[in-house]
Design a binder for this molecule. Structure first.
Ligand SMILES: Nc1ncnc2c1ncn2[C@@H]1O[C@H](COP(=O)(O)OP(=O)(O)OP(=O)(O)O)[C@@H](O)[C@H]1O
Ligand SMILES: [Mg+2]
Length: 248
């Protein structure tokens, strides 16, 4: 245990909480990074879904890479019925894609076209307050830059986003890309990891002729954690981490 008992937010990812003293520090922002197809979206949605299902904590998902309806359908393959919790007011999905590609959105929460950073952040703030969310996911940072009208300095956007998240006291996951983490580049812009208080890398490693998934907790403030590669799997129930497994 840590010396000061920081409140912990259970991640809803089997095996992970044991590696980080019981969960994410409450109110913290965690970056989930890694190459394509490693499970970043699944990880992030699982955090919000399990928050609603198991811990009675409402959550907001800002989806900037796929439309809300596509995300709902994909997540059903893990047995996660997002719609059910949306109807109960425990989950809100903000569709950040439809307007950007010129499609009408029938969503309750959708970003307008041509928002600037302030408008974007204000909208998220409002939805968080509407359902009194305790958890938030933004998937993904690179797509924020693409969606916003004025392509601002991404560092400035992240700093503003982070300030608002801290102000709201909400526990958040931001996702970003890292094409080649083994060469040391942890994020798309190289600045995301400085803004986040925690960084979790999801990656593949080649073992025999197979690719194996592993997770590395690269940083987690206020938390004692090992810098070790832990195996994980994406199962039909979502992500499961194996704390005592070996990947070599
Ligand atoms: N129902 C399922 N059961 C098991 N594995 C699944 C299932 N659905 C998806 N997967 C695995 O999860 C991977 C995709 O995960 P996810 O979309 O979370 O990754 P990502 O890192 O967000 O990818 P991207 O870079 O495309 O955004 C798939 O490639 C597949 O291997
Ligand atoms: Mg994704």
């Amino acid at each position: 245990m840590s010396r000061y008992d920081v409140a912990r937010v259970k991640t809803g990812i089997p095996g992970l909480d044991d590696l980080i003293e019981g969960g994410f520090p409450k109110g913290t922002t965690v970056l989930v990074t890694g190459p394509t197809g490693t499970g970043k979206t699944t990880f992030a949605v699982q955090f919000v879904y399990k928050g609603a299902e198991l811990y009675d904590e409402p959550g907001v998902i800002v989806t900037l890479e796929e439309r809300a309806q596509d995300l709902r359908r994909e997540m059903l393959s893990f047995g996660w019925d997002l719609k059910k919790y949306e109807d109960e007011g425990k989950i809100a999905i903000i569709d950040g894609v439809s307007s950007a590609v010129g499609l009408p959105s029938e969503e309750r929460f959708a970003l307008e076209e041509g928002l600037n950073v302030e408008g974007f952040l204000r909208y998220i703030y409002r939805v968080v307050k509407t359902i009194d969310a305790k958890r938030l996911v933004v998937d993904s940072i690179p797509s924020i830059a693409i969606r916003l009208r004025e392509e601002k300095n991404i560092r400035e956007v992240l700093l503003k986003l982070n300030t608002i998240l801290l102000e709201m006291g909400i526990t958040s996951i931001l996702t970003t890309e890292a094409e080649d983490p083994k060469r040391g580049k942890l994020s798309r812009y190289g600045v995301e990891e400085y803004v986040a208080r925690g960084v979790i890398l999801l990656d593949f490693i080649e073992k025999d002729v197979e690719l194996k998934r592993y997770l590395l907790i690269r940083k987690m403030r206020e938390t004692k954690h090992a810098m070790k590669k832990y195996p994980f799997e994406i199962t039909e129930d979502g992500i499961v981490v194996y704390p005592s497994g070996e990947i070599y």
